[in-house]
Design a protein around this ligand. Structure first.
Ligand code: 13P
Length: 220
């Protein structure tokens, strides 16, 4: 069971409050060093496919590794929605990051419009088709309509999507989208839910810890 906290473009809690926590933390770039120095398993929120180069505003895998960062999110829906991330650029980032020795959490998920149009499986199939299994690759199913909205997928919806994802690509699958201490147990108890990617609730040390404690009680 893997719990990852995505702090997005928020400052997040004091890393000292999380020392010893069995979780991956994905802070803003300026807080990576603090998280590494606190001994936390620290991931970036994005990584470029080139080792170095003239790519203003991007970050390269070797620079992350030099800092002690051990992995990265790739293809979060906010990157796809607001920053022109495509399935092709996701594939390039994932491949380069894994080749460099980073762990990767690659995010997939459908929008509200796609779900209502009955396109969920088609969207997931397309997003997954560009990826290949790798021992250090974890997927996150994050239905876009459940992110930051307080509208979580039901445990049954999450299970159905996770089973489909695993039929397409053999990798552990985290659920993300309004995971909170009070709904974590039901979601994490589903057989194909292998952990959670937590946004808002990871910004408060107490609620992230509560979710990790719930995860630790669920037999894998
Ligand atoms: P929330 O938990 O705030 O819905 O965010 C989910 C998410 O996008 C994690 O990457």
């Amino acid at each position: 069971m893997l719990i990852a906290g995505n702090w997005k473009m928020f400052r997040g809690p004091d890393p000292a409050a999380l020392v010893g926590l069995d979780a991956v933390i994905c802070p803003s770039y300026t807080r990576l060093r603090d998280c590494v120095e606190a001994g936390l398993t620290t991931f970036a929120q994005n990584v470029h496919w080139e080792w170095e180069g003239a790519y203003t505003g991007e970050i390269a895998a070797p620079l992350l590794l030099e800092l002690g960062v051990v992995g990265s999110l790739v293809g979060h829906s906010e990157r796809r929605q607001y920053f022109g991330e495509t399935d092709e650029t996701v594939a390039k980032r994932v491949r380069a990051a894994l080749d460099a020795g980073l762990r990767v959490i690659a995010c997939v998920g459908e929008t509200q419009h796609e779900r209502e149009g009955g396109e969920t499986e088609e969207v997931l199939r397309r997003q997954l088709a560009v990826l290949e299994p790798h021992p250090e690759l974890v997927l996150a199913y994050e239905p876009v309509w459940a992110i930051g909205t307080g509208r979580t997928a039901t445990p049954e919806m999450a299970q159905e999507a996770h089973a489909f994802i695993k039929s397409q690509l053999d990798a552990p699958v985290l659920y993300g989208g309004s995971v909170k201490p009070d709904n974590a147990a039901a979601l994490l108890s589903q057989p194909d839910v292998d952990g959670a990617l937590v946004g808002g609730a990871s910004l408060e040390a107490g609620s992230l810890k509560a979710i990790c404690e719930t995860a630790a009680r669920i037999p894998s």
